[in-house]
Design a binder for this molecule. Sequence first.
Ligand code: G1P
Ligand code: ZN
Length: 539
Amino acid sequence: MSKTVETTPFQNQKMGTAGIRQKVQIVKQKNYIENFIQSLFNAIGGVEGQSFVLGGDGRYLNDIAIQTIIKMAAANGMKKLIIGQNGMLSTPASSHILLKYHLDGGLTLSASHNPGGENGDFGIKYATNSGGQCSSAISERIYQQTKQITSYKIEDVEDIDLSKIGTQKLGNMEIEVIDPVKDYLFMMEEIFDFEAIKKLFQSGFTFVFDAMNAVTGPYAIQIFEEVLGAPKGSVHQAVPMPDFGGLHPDPNLKYAKHLVDLMYSDHAPDFAAANDGDGDRNMILGKKFFVSPSDSLAILTDNYHFIPAYKNGISGVAKSAATSTAVKRVAENLHINYFEVPTGWKNFCNLMDSNRITFCGEESFGTGSSHIREKDGIWAVLFWLNIIAATGKSVEQITRDFWKKYGRTYYLRYDFDGIDTAVADQMMRDLENNLTSFVGQTFNGYTVKEAYPFVYKDPVDGLETKNGLLVYFDGGARICFRLSGTGTNGATLRVYIESYDQNDFDKNSEHELQNLLQVAFKLAKITEFTGKTQPDLTT
Ligand code: G1P
Ligand code: ZN
């Protein structure tokens, strides 16, 4: 029943920061998914006798792609596929299943926080037996395969029913359909103090979790409402939809504005959080209060001792170079390991595998720990709830206590979208060439202390990665420039800016960073290259 189908290569199947991502209309082309999957299987030496986990965030094409992958896995001799019911699994849950059942690999069908629906994006992330996304070396091998593929193997059978939990066979391959929430919930119960969080809800603490019509709805209903006792209706937009109900499922001030508006209104609950499409990002809000993701990582790290799973100590913490330096001060104070890595979660994985770090995070609303090898949205929310339950303090109080102890890092990311790729590359090359000439010069009152390209040498595999350009100023201010690796529309320039203040914690971030933003424009000649006089998105 297995057949071999001839095909011709696509030239645009290169994986970015987190897997392959493309517009749905591109992915819909005949053989597009088939080519990519077969190339992946070929690049890793085949999947015969292997066991994989498979699931997705339910976006448009999830149902079609999953059937294709099941049939191809069987035709390629895979031994077993564990699949989330109805094809659904959050990215963190998938990483957990991979590790818990010692599987060989995992495929997550998601373009993360990018919009879904027919005109949105689709994507596939590939994780290895380490539980984390494959290295750049492996994605390069896959890319090379995609450019020379001539045929793929697929079972010629009816679609598989994924609606019922249980085991079935496709040829020699076993398919186990699992409850996507169950194992994940067990893991969370082992990490956090569920009894304390239950008492918090019993005391009348009010809470909203916004699943943004994406994969975390069923997780959140079960964990927060059914197990922890948050009032029914605390989880908003809880039903996953192929187009996320038209939302851009990225939990930030722009795309989750409805939640921000609620939290700044007079009927705000005590605490609110949102997750992205595939459940690995999180946004944390208190009453009339927003916690910047870089601060959130630093605050969680500083409060690790409240969490049962970490109370015996943590080995270290890492952040992407672009993330604010707030957590660095915490690491110094706690005398734990501290690392800065290139953007992309896969860069934390070796550090976790070798027990150099316990926590890690990125400014892009991602926080996580070594319990899995992906960032974890619900984990971050439970961490905050656990701290609140343990201290009796509000989100705002916890954050202000943190600022008093360490000073405040004002931080924002400015994105310039849809730039011609060649122009963006030229702009970055130009900036890189000029970096050393900036040192010692003063721009808008800020004197450049150091300026260099960020190069990371992984302490485990020794591999070097270059990612972004850094400019440090006297007094703790900093600008980082880099190009996005997840966009599907030209290039996006990301400019990450921070300043540091030990006394005044009530400045408006946009206002505080305005002068530095002008410096960024000047250093990178943004207007000259792109014509843009303002960023397209500030988060
Ligand atoms: C973006 C974020 C990065 C994150 C990635 C996947 O990548 O900046 O922190 O790991 O999405 O969620 P970028 O587009 O900047 O390459
Ligand atoms: Zn995501």
